[in-house]
Design a protein around this ligand. Structure first.
Ligand code: C5J
Length: 224
């Protein structure tokens, strides 16, 4: 059996390839004028993962392996946005308010689109999620079960919020999870590092981490 040379120990690859789950690479978090900058964050910190995720996507697409994109998105009437979530942040513009890229974090608005370099292609899932975790109130678990997928490779933003939440949800549902270290980023570099450490601690209590190079090499060798 092939493995990825991961932390804290090698990650075994199954016969059925792991899905690549790309979390929330939407303009809302990565571009100025979106939800991330409304919360006072320096969004430029996140852009460095775009070319790394592009590279992973290229390999996944060439080998015709499963790709799932997520977006943190609410319905236009905000019926799926708890008032507590909308109140949070204490900032002048909130979820659903108009911004330079349309209404913040609302499905279908320009700011809610995935960044141009990582746009989903036909045949790839594009899941709108109202929570931080991608399993909450979405068809993600059913999609994975239907396809017999047991292993998940994670990329996207932000490491300690939506990525970590989703990885923990997946771990509790029995999926074997690996986070690509250089394909995830946070507005707080120390939170990113702490998350990577938390995931791999105690013998992979949440899952594994590896670099994109280690992942690509093993995926190409195993499924190419
Ligand atoms: C946040 C996310 N940070 N995608 N969302 O609110 O991590």
């Amino acid at each position: 059996m092939n493995t990825i040379n991961a932390k804290p120990y090698p990650y075994s690859l199954p016969d059925k390839a792991p899905a690549l789950i790309i979390i929330d690479m939407q303009r809302d978090f990565v571009e100025t004028g979106g939800f991330g900058s409304a919360l006072g964050n320096d969004v430029t910190l996140l852009t460095k993962v775009i070319p790394v995720i592009e590279k992973l996507l290229r390999v996944y697409r060439r080998l015709n392996l499963p790709v799932i994109h997520t977006r943190e998105a609410h319905q236009a009437d905000l019926s799926d946005c708890p008032p507590s979530k909308r109140r949070r942040g204490n900032c002048s513009i909130k979820i659903g308010d108009p911004g330079p890229m349309g209404r913040l974090l609302i499905d279908g608005e320009p700011g809610n689109n995935i960044v141009p370099a990582l746009q989903p292609l036909e045949g790839e899932y594009d899941i709108a999620k109202p929570g931080k975790g991608a399993f909450y109130a979405t068809p993600l678990h059913d999609i994975l079960k239907q396809q017999g997928i047991t292993h998940l490779i994670f990329a996207g933003v932000t490491t300690e919020v939506c990525v970590q939440t989703t990885m923990r949800e997946a771990n509790d549902r029995g999926f074997e999870c690996l986070l690509v270290e250089d394909a995830t980023e946070s507005y707080f570099p120390e939170f990113k590092q702490a998350t990577l450490d938390m995931i791999t601690a105690q013998g992979a209590i949440v899952g594994w981490t590896a670099t994109s190079e280690q992942v690509i090499q093993a995926i190409e060798k195993t499924y190419g």
